[in-house]
Design a protein around this ligand. Structure first.
Ligand code: SF4
Length: 257
């Protein structure tokens, strides 16, 4: 079963890892909009959640709703520890993404100055200068790279249009370490193809990419909820830990989510 966010601001969710977390959804409230169609997406397949005339939530609506929520939280407590852009698809597709980030930073500074702003992005919009500028302003710029081998990345993420891991890695290098690299590890079958980004060949290529990107930290994880592709296998925590150890051996911080 897919999970769609029906509001612009959702939460707060309390978690041990993140503390009090408030989510922001810039995407349509009645469907999904993404430049990927990941076989593991918790929002489901793009095709199953398509809306006829997708509408981004307007910059004004996002600002006003966030302001009201932060005012309420300041009055009733607790304030958020983190404000995260995620939701029903890819947040950087929003045409006013940079302006929304600027508004969010201003509201955070006014109402919840200790909160960190995070963006979870699939990195497909890094060719747009304004998106890179906006991502450089947030506290946690979290970018996805599910494989350093192009065919595997395409089989896992099912990008719409051109996608080239080499190009994505080069664009990530431009952040000069001001980013978190996030990778989903899984095994399974999709459309008659065996998919496994945990083979030695995959891990070697991915570790080379980690070295080249040189991120501030790395986050590895596996499937946690129902996935649209039914034939996927979760990678065990022990296996994720051993991948994380190899990242740490290169001198990078790596967490297992
Ligand atoms: S990038 Fe995120 S929202 Fe888009 S399909 Fe993949 S998991 Fe879903």
């Amino acid at each position: 079963m897919s999970i769609l966010f029906r509001e612009i601001i959702y939460g707060p969710v309390h978690s041990r890892r993140l503390g009090v977390s408030l989510g922001i959804n810039l995407l349509p409230l009645n469907g999904k909009l993404c430049s990927f169609n990941c076989i593991y997406c918790e929002c489901g397949w793009n095709e199953d959640n398509r809306v006829d005339r997708p509408r981004f939530n307007s910059r004004e609506d996002v600002r006003d709703t966030l302001k009201a929520k932060l005012q309420e939280m300041r009055k009733e407590g607790p304030l958020p520890d983190v404000i995260t852009f995620a939701g029903n698809g890819e947040p950087t597709l929003h045409p006013e993404f940079e302006g929304i980030i600027d508004d969010t930073i201003a509201l955070r500074d006014e109402f919840a100055p200790n909160a960190k702003i995070s963006v979870l992005s699939n990195a497909t919009q890094l060719h747009r200068e304004e998106v890179c500028r906006a991502l450089a302003k947030v506290d946690n710029n979290i970018l996805k790279l599910d494989s350093a081998i192009n065919d595997t990345a395409k089989a896992i993420d099912l990008p719409r249009g051109e996608y080239d891991t080499e190009h994505i890695i080069e664009q990530m290098q431009r952040f000069k370490g001001q980013m978190t690299l996030q990778t989903m590890f899984l095994r399974g079958n999709h459309a008659g193809e065996i998919i496994d980004n945990t083979t030695e060949l995959e891990i070697e290529a991915w570790l080379t990419a980690v070295r080249r990107i040189s991120p501030r930290d790395v986050m590895v994880y596996s499937i946690d909820r129902a996935t649209p592709c039914q034939e996927l296998e979760k990678v065990s925590r022990e296996e994720l830990e051993s991948i994380a150890e190899r990242v740490r051996a290169l001198g990078f911080t790596c967490s297992v989510a």
